[in-house]
Structures are given as structure tokens and as C-alpha cells.
Design a protein around this ligand. Sequence first.
Ligand code: 2E7
Ligand code: F3S
Length: 326
Amino acid sequence: MQTGVFPRPALDLLLCAPRGFCAGVDRAIQIVELALEKYGAPVYVRHEIVHNKFVVESLRNKGAVFVEELDEVPDDGAPVVFSAHGVPKSVPAEAQRREMFFLDATCPLVSKVHKEAILHNKRDREILLIGHAGHPEVIGTMGQLPEGTVSLIETVEDARTYEPRTGKQLAWISQTTLSVDDTAEIVAELSARFPDIAQPHKDDICYATTNRQEAVKHIAGQCDAVIVVGAPNSSNSQRLREVAAREGCHKAFLLQRAGEIDWSQFDGIKTLGVTAGASAPEVLVEEVIDAFRERFEVCLKTVRTAEENIAFNLPRELRDAPVTSG
Ligand code: 2E7
Ligand code: F3S
């Protein structure tokens, strides 16, 4: 007989799919792991390979050394990996000058935006980058061209007040992890003001960002609370939290680990939504779900809004390396 044991309250947990790792993150982490296997430790990594402390810590335990700039890397012949977010042209240039062996883990979908910027410049266009100041992807994309060539547009207000600096045709490109809806508003303003502005086929927001936002949007309205597993410096994860909040879920939280859950916020909830940013490992999602299972009678339902089957090739140097067991 279970006297004194209160029944746990029932909780419907809606688990978004797709969520978590994208193809660019998978590739970037594999690059560091394969470099460690093939060349041995240390392997230097410029910037967090992806914006997740758990991932960074696991790689550090295997022998990766994280730095912010190349001047922190000694000339000892060890490989240097550039993070998934991309780097300004000055970074590989400096690595070449110092005859470093480097591996570029820039997501191929970011490299595509870099190529667009270079092409617009070749076609003599004035380039606007829609994105967030200070983010490493934005620094990398702006740094594909000489300083002052690319202008940053962060808000609809920026789009409304932008004064072209040259008489050239305008073109816009974007960061890959933006809010789909905010970007559409900015683009509408730019297109209204500058009807002949050149633009990408659709936008530069990647498939993973788009799919994860769509998934959380789909469930947010039915949820009393939504948890996004991800880091505060992760742009795509922040956008997921915002999307959930805007869809009317008043309790939308971004957190890195189960230990950060403020349980007072979840008293009396009936339906919880869970998703994860593109840099958050599934093991951390499981950790959060397990923490809820300890306090609630959880009925878990996966809600899938898109299928993903994208994988990117590894850099040539690592293609013949043995595959890691995980
Ligand atoms: C690279 C790019 O590491 P993240 O959290 O990065 P963001 O850009 O969202 O802060 O997520 C994976 C990733 C996303 N975009 C890596 Cl360009
Ligand atoms: Fe690439 Fe998008 Fe992931 S730009 S790293 S596929 S979130």
C-alpha cells in the first residue's frame, strides 16, 4: 500500500520534431573529432565550435583547445579548426601567412551566403546584410569584403531609414538563423522602398532554422509552457524562444540544462512543449524530459512538422579518417 505518496500530476509533453542538431553542427563536431583522431591532441578550435557548453566541454575532454583568436595559437603545427559560424577572410589569410594547418568547419549554408556577398560585390552592388550586430556569423559574412562594403540592417526601423551610400543597385543577404517572420517584415520594407533590390531566391535563413521555428510555432498555442534547450549565445535557440512567446505561450524559457529549471514556473501546468536549438545535443533534451518525469506523470507525444535528411561532406583532408564510434 502506498500511503503518504501523492500521485504525480498528469502532464502532456509535446516534443517538437525536427529539433536539435542540424547537418552543419553534425559536420562541425565531426571535423573536430576526426581531427583529434587523425592528428592527435591538441586540436585548436577558433571560437566555440557551436554555441553549446556541453559540446565544447566534451571536445575539450578529448583534447580540443578553444581560443577566440589565432594569436592565442602557438606555432606548433597542430591543426586549427574554424567554427561552424564562419570567419572573416582575414582569418584564413592570417593562418596561411603563419603556415598553419587549418580545417574550416564553416557550415556550407553560411559559405553559400559568403559567395552571394562576393558575387553581389563583383556585380557592383551595394550590399545590405540583415542580421544581429556582433554575432560571429555576421562578423564572418561582413568580413568577406573590405570594411565598409556591407551595411548591417538589424530592424524594420533600420530598413525604413537606410540611406544608400552609393548610386549602385542594392542587394540584400541575411544571417542564417534569423526569425523567419521578422526577416519577412524587414524584406517587405526594403522591397517597398527599393523595388529593384537584388535578393536571394527566397532568403538565406537555413532549412534547420526554418523547420525548428515552424515546429515550435505549431505547438506553442496549445502549451502552458515551452522549454527551448539551448544556450543564451545561440541565435537560433533565442529565436525559437521568441517564436513560442509570440505564438501566445506566456511561459517560454531558454535553458541549457535540467538543473536550470525553475520549478515554481511549472506548477499546475497541463501541457508542456519542448524543443532544442540546432547546437543542443539530444542527451540534454532527454535530461530535461527525465526531470519532468520525476515530478509529473508524463504522456509524451512527438509532433513532427517536417522531415530532414540533409548531410554535408567533410573536408577532403578528413574524408579517409576512421569514423568515430560516437
Ligand atoms: C552555425 C551557424 O552554434 P549555434 O547555436 O549558432 P547560432 O548562429 O544560432 O548562434 O547553432 C548552430 C549554428 C547555427 N548557425 C552554427 Cl551559422
Ligand atoms: Fe548551418 Fe543552419 Fe545549422 S546555417 S550550422 S544548417 S542552423
